[in-house]
Design a protein around this ligand. Structure first.
Ligand SMILES: CC(C)(COP(=O)(O)OP(=O)(O)OC[C@H]1O[C@@H](n2cnc3c(N)ncnc32)[C@H](O)[C@@H]1OP(=O)(O)O)[C@@H](O)C(=O)NCCC(=O)NCCS
Length: 140
C-alpha cells in the first residue's frame, strides 16, 4: 500500500460534472426542480473533494454545510447542465468548494442558472481527520 502524502499541493482547477434535463426532473411549473439542482451540486462538490483526497490518509468526506444558493435562471427539458466545482479554501479538515451551474439550451446558448458554496469535511473512520492539503497558485 502507498504511504499517504504528507503535504499535497492542489491547483485550483475546476471539476466538471454534467447531466441532461429529463421530464422527471421538472417541478410543477415546468422548469428544472431546485432540489434536483442541489443534489447535482452536492455530487459535483463531492467529486472535487474526493479528488483532493486521493493519496491522503483520509478515507472520505461529507457535506458539512451549504451556503446561500441563488437560482438565477430556469432550465428546461433537453438542456445540458454543466456544473463546475472549484476548491476555494482549505482548513485543517474543511474543504470549501464553490459550484457554478451553467445551462446549454437547444441552440447552444450558455447561461448561469445557479451557484453556491459547500463545505466538506475530510474524514478517517467516520471522524474529522486532517487532509494535509494546501492550495497552490493556479499556473494557467
Ligand atoms: C461534518 C461533521 C463530520 C463535523 O464533525 P464535528 O465533530 O462537528 O467537527 P469539528 O467541530 O471537529 O470540525 C471539523 C471541521 O469541520 C468544520 N465544520 C464543522 N461543522 C461545520 C459547518 N456546519 N459548516 C462549516 N464548517 C463546519 C469546522 O470548522 C472544522 O474545520 P477545520 O478542521 O478546517 O478547522 C459532522 O457534523 C457530521 O458528521 N455531520 C453530518 C454530515 C453528513 O452526513 N452529511 C451528509 C448530508 S446529511
Amino acid at each position: 500500500m502507498n504511504r499517504p502524502i504528507k503535504n499535497k499541493a492542489v491547483f485550483a482547477q475546476p471539476t466538471i460534472h454534467s447531466f441532461m434535463v429529463f421530464p422527471e426532473d421538472m417541478n410543477y411549473a415546468g422548469t428544472l426542480f431546485g432540489g434536483k439542482v442541489l443534489a447535482e451540486m452536492d455530487k459535483s462538490a463531492a467529486k472535487a473533494a474526493r479528488r483532493l483526497l486521493y493519496g491522503t490518509a483520509c478515507d472520505g468526506a461529507v457535506t458539512a454545510s451549504l451556503d446561500k444558493v441563488d437560482f438565477v435562471k430556469p432550465a428546461h427539458v433537453g438542456d445540458f447542465i454543466e456544473l463546475s466545482a472549484w476548491i476555494t479554501r482549505l482548513g485543517r479538515t474543511s474543504i470549501e468548494i464553490k459550484v457554478h451551474v451553467i445551462r446549454e439550451d437547444h441552440e447552444g446558448n450558455l447561461e448561469e442558472i445557479c451557484n453556491g458554496t459547500f463545505v466538506f469535511v475530510s474524514l478517517k473512520e467516520g471522524k474529522p481527520f486532517p487532509h494535509n492539503c494546501e492550495l497552490s497558485a493556479n499556473l494557467n
